[in-house]
Design a protein around this ligand. Structure first.
Ligand SMILES: Cc1ncc(COP(=O)(O)O)c(C=O)c1O
Length: 382
């Protein structure tokens, strides 16, 4: 059967060069990077070179990169420690954050003395910057703002530099979940004055189970995972050097080839959008995903106004045709209830219709787009 993978916001295909790098390091660098003998020192050197290379992409120092098991852990580390160790008493966030952020904040609010303020969104789910500024000015409590850079479901892109400056001006800390933007956008943290960021390798053709937290120097953060002194005492546990080497290679290639890959992926997305609007004019684009300025060039989230009978079978039918895409976000597939992001931006009536997310990568082709549009048309017109 033909297979088409349009679920790159859920995870991406690992690049061949990354697989090669992982295999090489896995086979040769088996020393524990904390050991002081030559095997350990060799692994340590791979590890620290990775850290330096990654730091250079963001124009920060290597000590500010703390390897984790992925985006979820990085978000958890930052949010938990801010409340526990930095005496943050108020978090400003939005209702469209990833659950790694939202559920962590909920859990903190239930157990700590924490005020949670929710920033308003416009009708398409974009942060209302004026309201954010008003919130920042409205309290003298120690505040952390947690807002994602690129929304994983609808693709809306935050003005991360603007928010970072607003936070600085109001003496508040700023954490951004950059899981969906790192590897897709260049980020210069020497110019963007944010305090913390969360990154995950598997969103940019790296391996799963590895990522990092960017933690600004002298932040005062303490570890979430307690044990040894790895990661400058901020994350205990022997580092998965092969996975970190894979992450580093994936990031290197993403940024090396960024310009040409952006043009290519944007081309795939724009073609998908044009064909869709031409062949299925009743379709609606959710959030700002139709606008490549306000949204990432990597995804489209579409609403299909079809009957409930057709809707129940939609993903199943696409799957039968070998097409991988997502209902809401992958983290929710199989979960009961609709997407918490779409609930915020769609009307009750619109929520009765199915919405699907198609997300693109360098491995997709225009011919795959034609195939998917053809299948969608058949399902809808049958
Ligand atoms: C915006 C966002 N944050 C966090 C995560 C979690 O990252 P990880 O899968 O590395 O734990 C994801 C993954 O779906 C995501 O899209």
């Amino acid at each position: 059967m033909r297979k088409v993978y349009f679920d790159n916001a859920a995870t991406t295909q690992v690049r061949n060069e990354v697989v090669e790098k992982i295999s090489e390091v896995l086979a040769t660098e088996y020393g524990n990077p904390s050991s002081t003998h030559s095997f350990g020192r060799s692994s340590k050197s791979v590890l620290e070179n990775c850290r330096k290379e990654i730091a250079a992409h963001f124009k920060v120092s290597a000590a500010e990169i703390i390897f984790t098991s992925g985006g979820t852990e990085a978000d958890n580390l930052i949010l938990n420690s801010c409340v526990r160790d930095l005496e943050v008493k108020r978090i400003i966030t939005s209702k469209v954050e990833h659950h790694a952020v939202l559920h962590t904040i909920e859990s903190l609010a239930n157990t700590c003395n924490l005020q949670v303020d929710i920033v308003h969104l416009d009708a398409k789910g974009m942060v209302d910057y004026t309201h954010l500024e008003n919130l920042l000015k409205s309290s003298s409590k120690k505040t952390l703002v947690s807002l994602m850079h690129v929304n994983n479901e609808v693709g809306n892109k935050l003005d991360i530099a603007k928010v970072a400056v607003l936070c600085k001006e109001n003496s508040s800390l700023f954490h951004s979940d950059t899981v969906q933007s790192v590897g897709h956008y260049k980020l210069d943290f020497s110019k963007i004055p944010l305090d913390f960021a969360a990154v995950s390798a598997h969103k940019f053709h790296g391996p799963k189970g590895v990522g990092f937290a960017f933690i600004r120097k002298n932040s005062g953060l303490k570890p979430l995972i307690i044990g040894g002194e790895q990661e400058r005492g901020l994350r205990a546990g022997t580092e998965a050097v092969y996975a970190i080497a894979g992450l580093t290679k994936a990031l290197e290639i993403s940024y090396r080839d960024l310009e040409k890959e952006v043009v290519y992926i944007k081309g795939v997305k724009n073609y998908f959008k044009e064909q869709l609007l031409q062949e299925i004019p009743s379709v609606k684009l959710n959030g700002y995903c139709g606008d490549n300025e306000k949204s990432t060039y990597t995804l489209l989230n579409i609403l299909l106004p079809i009957s409930p009978e057709k809707a129940t079978m939609l993903l199943f039918q696409l799957d039968l045709k070998g097409i991988a895409c997502s209902k809401g976000s992958a983290c929710q597939s199989g979960a009961v209830g609709g997407s918490h992001v779409l609930t915020e931006i769609l009307s009750k009536k619109e929520m009765q219709y199915p919405s699907i997310r198609f997300s693109f990568s360098i491995f997709n082709t225009l011919e795959e787009v034609d195939y998917v549009i053809g299948v969608l048309k058949k399902i809808i017109n049958n």
